[in-house]
Ligand binder design. Structure first.
Ligand SMILES: [Zn+2]
Length: 341
């Protein structure tokens, strides 16, 4: 039996997404921070497979192929342009392989290219060519839909949408809200989403850069503006009015924490569970998480949405902890004064 498409799933209810592969594999020692090119896909495919599986067990309903920054511009920076096709194809194969272990979908993935310049029309063709080659390989390997994400420019996002539509695939297109209200080419986020929806994107919204607290107000505006499905995938960091994005978070010494010193700002699983409920309450359809995500966040989000997922088998049972159970033994209770000191 063919599994339901992304649009059918969204009509039936919320879809839970999970991303942040690049940050997590960097933490695990398989991706170099700075270029952030997913060389791991070719060099350590088992590490990618394992992380997909962890997100799958935690309840993610979409395996996103790790082709983020696997585009010509970025691979040239690290001297691996010759591996471009192999890396893109392999990423989709790995995602498909794990998706088959559960009834979940596979998404192809493209992102901002750093090659687009709204002032230079020639860059439109460069960007279109980059997306076309990446997504043609993805389509050949077999993806159910495509996520175009972390878009700074509406203009660049529209090129991605055009390429995705040319391949006959459903499109989820999300903007990266790095600025307070406007895309880098001057559109309010809600307007950018309205235009993307009018051009035929099945799902629009925001991902990356902002934590739940500072992304939710922007998504509320988008939800009021568009009729189509809306996606939100914040980073699990405690951004606030003073530091609205992960890039602006500062250490106590006043140093920039992005991208490898963000740990003290990490949201707990409880923060992310609360966020998932808030997103559902707002009428957001695709609820996910971006850079910084761990499987524990995803499981907490899934369970907050009322689901039992494979990893729920190991969800906390504190009533079984020697110190928290109802009948704490006298010997164990002797530890309590020092725990409470
Ligand atoms: Zn991200």
């Amino acid at each position: 039996m063919l599994s339901a498409s992304i649009t059918e799933r969204l009509r039936a209810g919320n879809v839970l997404g999970a991303e942040g592969y690049v940050f997590e594999l960097e933490r695990r020692g398989y991706i170099k921070a700075g270029p952030f090119v997913p060389e791991v896909v070719l060099d350590f495919p088992g590490a990618v497979r394992e992380l997909h599986r962890e997100f799958l067990r935690a309840g993610a309903e979409v395996m996103v192929a790790l082709t983020y920054y696997a585009h010509r511009e970025k691979l040239r920076d690290v001297g691996r342009e010759g591996d471009l096709e192999a890396m893109n194809r392999q990423a989709v194969r790995i995602a498909r392989e794990v998706a088959r272990e559960g009834d979940v979908l596979v998404a192809g993935n493209v992102c901002n290219t750093w090659a687009y310049d709204p002032e230079d029309p020639a860059t439109r063709d460069i960007v279109r060519d980059m997306y076309t080659e990446q997504l043609s390989w993805a389509a050949e390997e077999g993806v159910d839909f495509v996520i175009s994400e972390t878009n700074d420019y509406l203009g660049e996002a529209l090129i991605a949408l055009e390429v995705i539509q040319g391949l006959g695939l459903p499109a989820m297109v999300t903007m990266a809200p790095t600025q307070p209200h406007l895309t880098r080419d001057g559109y309010e986020y809600a307007d950018a989403c309205r235009i993307l929806a009018a051009e035929g994107a099945q799902i629009v919204g925001l991902n990356c850069d902002r934590g739940p607290r500072t992304m939710v107000p922007l998504i509320a505006r988008i939800r009021e503006t568009v009729e189509c499905a809306v996606a939100i995938q914040p980073v699990p960091y405690r951004t606030d009015a003073i530091a609205p994005t992960m890039e602006t978070l500062l250490s106590p010494k006043g140093e920039r924490s992005f991208p490898v010193g963000l740990d003290p700002f990490t949201c707990t699983r409880f923060d992310m569970a609360q966020f998932a409920l808030q997103a559902r309450e707002l009428g957001v359809d695709y609820i996910g998480i971006c850079c910084g995500a761990g499987p524990h966040h995803v499981r907490a989000m899934a369970e907050a949405l009322g689901r039992e997922v494979p990893a729920s088998r190991y969800s906390p049972s504190m009533e079984l902890h020697p110190m928290f159970r109802a009948d704490v033994s006298a010997r164990d209770a002797a530890f309590l004064p020092s725990w409470n000191a």
